[in-house]
Design a protein around this ligand. Structure first.
Ligand SMILES: [Zn+2]
Length: 148
């Protein structure tokens, strides 16, 4: 029934999968764009939006985005690779991507799971993230990698 990715996520105790937000059905390959449209991504979401959450770490608290998770193989850059900027800080493990034209954060390679990207749910075509009822906050400010 579920993809291998979601089976593994379920073993980790994550069960949230959202196939519809408001009237928008999540496609198995869903389009995502920055605000100006320079950057377009194709995102594999065969099980819907997986694990929507916020995070309270130093960068996420400034962005305020609600993100979902996808495996690294699950995002393709359709256009705008040349305008997609990379921001890294501190341990430089995470890779934060944003459009250099409009400034919108699109996705990042996660530090807590380097096999995953987080995708900005607000960039998914037709999706209003404010219609997702339950959005837990990850305690990124107390990330295990920062404990000395
Ligand atoms: Zn843009």
């Amino acid at each position: 029934m579920f993809s291998k990715y979601v089976r593994r996520r379920k073993q980790e105790g994550i069960n949230t999968m959202i196939k519809k937000v408001g009237k928008t059905v999540i496609n198995p390959k869903h389009k995502a764009t920055c605000h100006c449209g320079s950057v377009e991504l194709e995102v594999d979401l065969p099980d819907g939006i997986v694990d929507p959450h916020r995070c309270n770490c130093s960068i996420c608290r400034r962005k305020g985005a609600i993100v979902g998770t996808v495996p690294l193989s699950g995002i393709r850059i359709v256009k705008g690779e040349d305008v997609l900027s990379l921001y890294q800080f501190d341990t430089k493990e995470a890779k934060h991507y944003f459009c250099s034209v409009c400034g919108i954060y699109t996705h990042h390679k996660r530090r807590s799971n380097p096999n995953e990207y987080s995708i900005n749910i607000g960039c998914l075509e037709g999706v209003n993230p404010f219609l997702i009822e339950t959005v837990p906050t990850t305690d990124g400010i107390n990330h295990p990698s920062d404990q000395k």
